[in-house]
Design a protein around this ligand. Structure first.
Ligand code: DGL
Length: 266
């Protein structure tokens, strides 16, 4: 088991921010990534549809003989983590629990902002995770649908991104949040813009970083860490045209990305 890969999936390129952190924190682990590019975005779809997509993606990765599954998509994590853990006899890590746990450690005022896709915010999954840790926390949540296309366009630090951030964050800042959870895989790319708009007193929580820490702890606890030689490059699969994934994904990964295989999930 320890020599098997970690399987990671997302609706598209966003989960590469999680893969990048996994690689940085665990350079010995083999990684297999699936981007469901034929059906992106998940953020605007119903929980039933996202749940079905997540089951199909997980089945594909389990077929690649992985030892652990990372649901590297907030929208899918909001609806599918428990379901996938029940179906597959593997540890399944989503991105919501780790981000919520870190936000609870960081906040001092007890007012936490959460931003994400419409689906993630509608699901109230972060709110539930935060209240499980501390029922007295005040949660201010806002969907920020324009951030996904802005990040994919390479405009994360463009004046348009700053304008959109000011508009989206205004109600959260007015309520006095001191912590802001980046509840979408694309948002770490906008960190600089978001920090500028939110100001230095607001701590940004990057779910990708926290998720990678959770995976490391889980692998160590279960004796599943891969040892010995450094891993090979990650293997990438997509469900539609690889060219865009390679081009846009390179920015998310912070490195060129190649050798992408197109597959169908059925
Ligand atoms: N990966 C998605 C998430 O983290 C964002 C993109 C989408 O809507 O599919 O929620």
């Amino acid at each position: 088991m320890p020599d098997r890969a970690i399987g990671i999936f997302d609706s598209g390129v966003g989960g590469l921010t999680v893969l990048r952190e996994l690689r940085r924190q665990m350079p010995h682990e083999e990684l297999v990534y699936l981007g469901d590019t034929a059906r992106v975005p998940y953020g605007t779809k119903s929980p039933q549809t996202v749940g079905r997509y997540a089951r199909e993606a997980a089945r594909f990765l389990v077929g690649q003989r992985v030892k652990l599954l990372v649901v590297a998509c907030n929208t899918a994590s909001a609806v599918a983590v428990d379901d996938l853990a029940a179906i597959h006899r593997l540890p399944v890590v989503g991105v919501i629990q780790p981000g919520a746990r870190r936000a609870l450690e960081v906040t001092r005022s007890g007012r936490i902002g959460v931003i994400g896709t419409e689906g993630t915010i509608r699901s109230r999954a972060y709110e539930r995770a935060l209240h499980r840790g501390n029922p007295d926390i005040e949660v201010c949540a806002a969907p920020c649908p324009l951030f996904v296309p802005l990040a994919e366009e390479g405009w994360a630090e463009h004046p348009i991104a700053r304008l959109a951030a000011a508009e989206y964050l205004e109600p959260l800042l007015r309520q006095g949040i001191d912590t802001l959870v980046l509840g979408c895989t694309h948002y770490p790319l906008l960190k600089r813009t978001l920090q500028e708009v939110a100001g230095p007193t607001v701590a940004l929580i990057d779910s990708a970083e926290e998720t990678a820490k959770t995976v490391a702890i889980l692998l160590a606890a279960q004796g599943l860490e891969r040892r010995g030689l450094p891993s090979g490059p990650p293997r990438y699969f997509v469900t539609d045209v690889a060219e865009r994934f390679e081009r846009v994904g390179g920015a998310f990964l912070g490195a060129p990305l190649a050798d992408v295989t197109t597959v169908t999930l059925d």
